[in-house]
Ligand binder design. Sequence first.
Ligand SMILES: [Mn+2]
Length: 320
Amino acid sequence: MTTTKTIPTILQLIENNHRFLIASHEGPDGDAIGSTLALTNLLREAGKDVVAYNRDGLPKAFSFLPGSSQLCDEIDGVEPFDVGFILDAGELRRAGSHLRDCCTVLINIDHHPCSEDFGDVYCLDTAAAATAVIIYRLIVAGKMPVSLDVATCLYVAILSDTGSFRYSNANAEAFSIAGELVAKGIDTWDVASALYETQPKERLQLLAQALSTLCVSPCGRYASVATTLEMMQLTGSGPEHTDGFVNYPRAVEGVEVAIYFRQLDNDQFKAGFRSKGRIDVGALARELGGGGHHNAAGATVTGSLNAVQTKVFARLDELL
Ligand SMILES: [Mn+2]
């Protein structure tokens, strides 16, 4: 079903029901949390009873968002919810397969290509820059008021999924919605500084260590950085501080594939891959026993850092 057909159905379900569950995918990003909290705030403001849920809880980076303190990571199994919204999830499993049983009606709203058709209502639009864009369309179609709280959550979601309007999905609709949201009174500098200028110092200390391992291939088309458990111990940091590290080798001029090797234990590394489009790193990751998409993928590889790098680089030399 297309968005245009499903939006009136969803609006009807909101109107006719009272108890809602809003959930999104594990390891939530800005779109997952922003969309969850936007819809949560919206429905609460309309007098509904709403539970916001994420199996991994709230990443600290989003604790400035309105409504974030009420996001829970467990659901008490009492009576079922009238309606459950699963947002931005790709697959129900990533939000929690158990959610099917707690909701009378399940609505899947997503913008991921190949999003699984798991809901009673399936609202997919791969042309939407973020799931939050589809939620905004829903609000406009339902002529619902956009409070500053709702606007802030949607804005953060769009900002996050478009890489602050740098990625190719930053289309006219994304800019236009962002403009309308900012017009509701968002302090854009406040939001940007809450998102990007509140990093724990441990992250930057670990990043400094990671950057010192920067390695660019002789052909110049792939590059990597790595972190070891020793570096984490030395800087008092953890895996939660490594978000975005792969973007640094990706930013090197001429690089088409970037890799971030993160040591998991003595002889295991997680290799995170990013491609600028020509090389299918999803296929590469699957060869190594992992998975992912054309432009973003990962695999766990056994061996010393040196051995793991040699293995991955040899394959990339063949591909590039
Ligand atoms: Mn998204």
